[in-house]
Design a protein around this ligand. Structure first.
Ligand code: NAD
Length: 495
């Protein structure tokens, strides 16, 4: 079986651990490779490589660090197809979804190339006589990133582009389910001129994460994944004295008001509900249909869902790929069994799943009249199941969004600017779309939810990413006026 290595000190390193974890091809259901889960010694070796690389990388000038990011951006751009192919091979997403992921990741390298602008400090001249006060931003040291399976290129780039340009060195623990793309990115960073040891990858799972949390040389942890793990990493990491930002799961609501453009809302619900097989933390999971819009909206969504073509990334016409694993596919399908009792299944993905494929496929499902007490509504399903909850008023819709445990993203569809403005003011979510179903912020803003979707203070990437990966120092300096100096510097003497 092909083994996927670690990347330590600028080179691929074969894993030696006894615990082997399979990497599946979700389109065929076969194991295509394996990782040897990193041992504590291998994780420590990666941290030590990062620690050794830190002083020189920190001392590299801002323009040099920005230049590496700029070159990395160019290399990722030139290798879009190769990266996307790797994403599809292990994650299963369609080529269009994979190319979209690369494009959204690339924005972060672009942002980082301009980050020296944000690394400036402030300066107060003459705070007292001869006294100036100024602030500087300095990197933290070795920082670690722990990333989920659903965006194995983009989410690491959310983290390491900013971390590196700030002068930190990095250890990435990617998802064990689709680990290969991290090595492609590591190689592109090396080719961009990043010194050996500044970026490392350890393959593994919880054990490697626990080792990183316990390592005294790791100064900060960035995590993206499910809420229970985010919560536990936040608690363990902060207990160990580290800076932690931990982004968790989601249950994103799309509110559709009676005045909305139904065709546009239905298109949006379908692309946001089933894109990447619903395995996006910003996927729309619940459509909240307000008043009379419900019947025509459900009909319009159903008509579109019937047309979604499910298939492997090798099928150029496929619009939705398989799920990440057999267990996950079966878990998602299990929610439809619940729906049989609680709600009305309008489109049943179990019936449209390709029967000639052995991969982890499940057709798209639409479930109407979902009760808010049902697990269909309360759980993060993370698959191609879109629920519709019907309410009578805007206030009921808002109460539903605000009462939900998660607060990652939300969207409202309306033609009324005043209502949209009220919604952006009232809603308890970190990211809001107005006639935009997946409001993932561009790289010069920051990404993060509220409530159980984020543990920590600072959101990811953008300006808050720069804040997360630096600490500020304030210097108060006093210099005597040269005119008072005992040494003759050529200044007129004070009488
Ligand atoms: P996951 O929580 O199972 O795994 C995420 C990472 O944590 C992986 O690297 C995994 O190896 C590691 N991990 C798993 N269990 C662990 C444990 N007990 N202790 C320590 N580390 C552990 O998540 P996933 O299934 O890979 O990804 C899907 C989840 O990620 C969904 O809940 C989704 O909403 C969420 N997600 C959130 C965002 C966001 O920005 N908020 C973005 C993408 C994905």
């Amino acid at each position: 079986m092909r083994q996927i290595p670690h990347w330590i000190d600028g080179a691929a390193v074969a894993g030696t651990g006894p615990r082997r974890l399979p990497v599946w091809d979700p389109a065929t259901g076969e194991a295509q490779a394996e990782i040897a889960a990193a041992t504590a010694g291998e994780v420590r070796a990666a941290v030590l490589a990062a620690r050794a690389a830190f002083p020189a990388w920190r001392a590299a000038s801002l323009s040099r660090r920005a230049e590496v990011m700029f070159r990395f951006r160019e290399l990722v751009d030139a290798h879009r197809k190769e990266i996307a192919g790797q994403l599809s091979a292990e994650h299963g997403k369609t080529t269009a979804d994979a190319l979209g992921e690369v494009a959204r990741g690339l924005e972060n390298a672009e942002f980082a190339a301009g980050a020296p602008y944000l690394l400036r400090g402030g300066y107060s001249e003459g705070a007292s006589s001869g006294v100036d006060v100024y602030s500087i931003r300095q990197p933290l040291g070795v920082v670690a990133g722990i990333t989920p399976f659903n965006f194995p290129a983009m989410v690491p780039m959310w983290m390491f582009c900013n971390a590196l340009v700030c002068g930190n060195t990095f250890v990435l623990k990617p998802s064990e389910k689709d680990p290969s793309v991290s090595l492609l990115l590591a190689d592109l960073l090396r080719r961009a001129g990043l010194p050996d040891g500044a970026f490392n990858v350890v393959q593994g799972d919880k054990e490697a994460v626990d080792t990183l949390i316990a390592d005294p040389d790791v100064q900060a942890l960035s995590f993206v994944g499910s809420t229970p793990v985010a919560r536990s990493i936040y608690e363990a990491g902060t207990r160990a004295g580290k800076r932690v930002q931990a982004l968790g799961g989601a249950k994103n609501h799309m509110v559709v008001l009676p005045d909305a453009d139904i065709a546009a809302a239905a298109d949006a619900a379908v692309s946001a509900g089933y894109g990447s097989a619903g395995e996006r933390c910003m996927a729309v999971s619940v459509v909240v249909a307000v008043g009379a819009v419900a019947d025509p909206l459900v009909d319009a969504i159903a008509e579109r869902v019937h047309r979604i073509r499910v298939g492997a990334a090798s099928d150029p016409d496929a619009e939705m790929g398989p799920l990440i694993s057999r267990e996950h596919r079966d878990r998602v399908a299990g929610y439809l069994t619940l729906a049989d009792e609680d709600a009305r299944i309008v489109v049943d993905g179990r019936r449209t799943t390709p029967t000639d494929a052995d991969g982890f496929f499940l057709g798209p499902s639409l479930v109407d009249r979902v009760p808010t007490g049902s697990a269909l509504y309360t759980d993060e399903i993370f698959g191609p199941v879109l629920s519709v909850v019907r309410v009578d008023t805007y206030d009921e819709a808002l109460a539903l969004v605000n009462g939900n445990e998660y607060g990652n993203g939300t969207a409202i569809f309306t033609r009324d600017g005043g209502v949209a403005r009220r919604f952006q003011y009232d809603v308890l979510c970190g990211m809001v779309g107005i006639n935009v179903p997946i409001p993932v912020p561009v790289a010069y803003y920051s990404f993060g939810g509220w409530k159980a979707s984020l543990f920590g203070d600072l959101h990811m990437y953008g300006p808050e990413g720069i804040a997360f990966y630096t600490r500020t120092k304030v210097v108060t300096s006093r210099w005597p006026d040269p005119a008072t100096s005992e040494v003759d510097l050529g200044f007129p003497k004070v009488r």
